[in-house]
Ligand binder design. Structure first.
Ligand code: CTP
Ligand code: MG
Length: 403
């Protein structure tokens, strides 16, 4: 069926198009393990098929494009193609694939018109292969056409040490990697020769160049691109998303304030520490203003409300709870929400206790509890306000989180 214009058979809309591109997208993606066939799985919001067509439609010359899809996803492939080709000049068709990749390629070649003289076969699973590689392959196939009729594959040098092993996992021999190339797609061929090669193939090959060279034709290598890796496993999918910047960390700041009045009759707990001989603070829990301000800053950064709504004042678990308990619980909530603490900064506003002698002790304890740097400073207000009059203490905290 003709997709781009709804009526014309392949090629007739662009009788001069010498290049055809077959995008094979009919595999099931067993190793990726999604419900959808692999080409219909999204990388950062767009399917692999769509993304692989981006490069095809950006070619420096018009091409006749054939998408080979699973029978179950013909409609879906047509919708994707219509969207992708809307602004493109290329003629696009969607055909049903076969049981193996080679059968799918054969179906794709079949759908190309006879005016096509160069064909590129590309895996939809190599969704991020840039257009430059396509153009490079076309140029080389064209250059070789009159000379050798060679097939052309993009490839990268092999960087890992490679060894040959047996079925039992024993290493048999090292392999000299300077001889090796990691082969990608799109692979390009003179169409008539590749058609003949695939028609006479006696084995099922997973790679087009293998089919072509099995028929006795030469194959040459051009430079591939690291972005042309094949998305095969869930790890590859994550790598593709990383490359697209889709999992760039989100940074979030938060602020928290806590105020408590002095209560001479209670012990003083501040910054998670006990302060012997100092007047305590009034409050439901241990009234540790520093710890509470930090909790509020963390909760606000994560969008999780505040300490009052998270740890109810009526909850007996927190009746006399130490600041440390709130900090641990808060950190667990923040992590559950997908965040990690970058750092926390607190300022205590109080007439007493004299903070400087124990500042580093407080910082060390809070940093350990939150598994992130916590800095604490203290100031007075020159006798002004409730802190200046010695009625109570205030603590202000900011927190930075990343996702
Ligand atoms: N392919 C195809 N028809 C098949 C098998 C594979 O069109 N019968 C296509 C895939 O859609 C993919 C490319 O060939 O774009 C490379 O194959 P591979 O990465 O092996 O994909 P799958 O076969 O889908 O994955 P798996 O082997 O994990 O099942
Ligand atoms: Mg496969």
């Amino acid at each position: 069926m003709a997709i781009a214009d709804g009526s014309a058979p392949a090629g007739s809309a662009h009788a001069h198009a010498a290049v055809g591109v077959v995008v094979v997208a009919a595999g099931s993606g067993t190793r990726l393990g999604h419900h959808e066939p692999k080409a219909f799985v999204s990388i950062a919001g767009r399917t692999m098929l769509e993304r692989s067509l981006d490069a095809v439609f950006a070619l420096s010359e018009p091409a006749a494009v054939v998408v080979v899809a699973p029978a179950s996803h013909l409609d879906s492939a047509e919708r994707i193609v219509l969207r992708a080709a809307a602004a493109a000049r290329d003629h696009v068709r969607v055909v049903v694939g076969g049981r193996t990749r080679q059968q799918s390629v054969a179906a794709g070649l079949e759908a190309l018109g006879d005016e096509i003289d160069i064909v590129l076969v590309h895996d939809a699973a190599r969704a991020l292969q840039p257009v430059e590689v396509f153009d490079r392959v076309i140029a080389r196939v064209r250059a070789e056409a009159a000379v050798s009729g060679a097939g052309v594959v993009p490839a990268l040098p092999v960087v890992d040490t490679i060894a040959r092993r047996d079925a039992a996992g024993r290493v048999i021999e090292p392999v000299d990697r300077s001889d090796l190339a990691a082969v990608q797609t799109p692979q390009g061929f003179p169409l008539a020769r590749y058609r003949a090669a695939i028609a006479e193939a006696t084995a099922d090959h997973s790679d087009d160049a293998n089919v072509y060279s099995a028929a006795g034709h030469p194959v040459v290598v051009v430079e591939g691109d690291a972005r042309g890796f094949k998305v095969t496993t869930p790890w590859d999918l994550r790598r593709a998303e990383q490359l697209l910047g889709a999992d760039r960390p989100t940074l979030r700041t938060g602020i928290g304030i806590d105020v408590h009045a002095y209560d001479e009759s209670r012990p003083l707990w501040l910054g998670g520490l006990y302060w012997p001989g100092e007047p305590g603070l009034a409050g439901h829990s241990d009234a540790d203003a520093i710890s509470h301000a930090v909790c509020d800053a963390l909760l606000s950064a994560a969008g999780l409300g505040d300490i009052g709504s998270r740890f109810g004042v009526d909850d007996p678990r927190f009746a006399e709870a130490r600041g440390e308990v709130f900090l641990r619980e808060t950190l667990a909530l923040v992590r559950d929400a997908g965040f990690e603490v970058v750092n926390v900064s607190v300022q205590l506003v109080a007439k007493g206790p004299r903070f400087a002698p124990r500042r580093s002790e407080v910082e060390a304890l809070l940093s350990r509890l939150l598994d992130a740097p916590v800095s604490v400073a203290a100031t007075t207000t020159d006798g002004l306000g409730f802190t200046g009059r010695g009625e109570g203490v205030a603590a202000v905290a900011t927190a930075l989180l990343h996702s």
